[in-house]
Design a protein around this ligand. Structure first.
Ligand code: SF4
Length: 235
């Protein structure tokens, strides 16, 4: 029986992105391969220590049973793909025990590119919603010379190839450096042409970017998403 390190598990209402307003059971997986300076979940970065608990698949299933009103189970982090085998085991069990539940995940997308990671792809193809939030190499504090753009482009071709685009959204947390880069480019989200879903923009917490400046910036192929849980201060 597999187990995983979990930062926290709680029920709340999704405050952002396409599923805003849905009641969800959030499973925050502990640990991340990045250390973004503007990370808004720093407590979830460690994969050991007192803030982390080890849980089995059965224990997660038991939590699901305790939250019958949550229509969605949402895997977040940290970076959930680092524990993809466990996530896959949980999804397989939920599909059998609670077939009406929907399942989603957000990820920084780094492991999606390593196609040898079959465990990651097994998770992706069985989701009802996937949010990919790629990061600048340096966490978005400085312009990384378009490296992030190349990763977006690569991700897009993989997602299209694997026919995941119907339920996949790319979300960009906009720092000052990202805003500067996007403002200079003529058609920065060209890679999203032909996608069902536009690139979602939200201000990065701790940056100088505001919703107003995002509305001014918005290039073709993008939309702005509020983060209601931050505005109204609920978890
Ligand atoms: S990828 Fe996400 S969870 Fe990981 S450090 Fe960056 S913002 Fe935090």
């Amino acid at each position: 029986m597999s187990d995983a390190v979990i930062s926290e598990i709680f029920e709340s209402v999704q405050g952002e992105l396409p599923l805003m307003g849905y009641r969800m059971l959030f499973v925050r997986m502990a640990g991340c391969n990045r250390r973004c300076p503007l990370c808004d979940e720093p407590h979830a970065l460690a994969n050991s220590g007192p803030a982390v608990k080890t849980m089995t698949v059965d224990e997660i299933l038991s939590e699901v049973e305790k939250h019958p009103a949550a229509d969605w189970i949402w895997f977040t982090g940290g970076e959930p793909t680092l524990q993809a085998k466990f996530v896959n085991d949980v999804i397989t069990r939920i599909r059998t025990s609670n077939p009406r539940k929907k399942i989603g995940m957000d990820t920084n997308g780094d492991l999606i590119k390593s196609r040898m990671r079959l465990d990651v792809w097994c998770v992706l193809v069985d989701l009802d919603c996937l949010i990919i939030s790629p990061k600048f190499n340096n966490g978005g504090v400085e312009n990384d010379g378009g490296g992030w753009y190349k990763r977006f482009d690569d991700l897009t071709s993989d997602i299209v190839k694997w026919k995941l685009r119907e339920f996949t959204h790319i979300r960009l947390l906009v720092t000052d450096a990202v805003a500067e880069f996007v403002a200079k480019e003529k058609d920065p989200f060209k890679f999203a042409d032909g996608w069902k879903n536009p690139v979602i923009l939200s201000p990065a917490e701790g940056s100088g970017v505001t919703y107003k400046s995002l509305w001014t910036l918005m290039p073709k192929g993008s939309r702005v998403s509020f983060q209601a849980h931050k505005i109204f201060k609920f978890k």
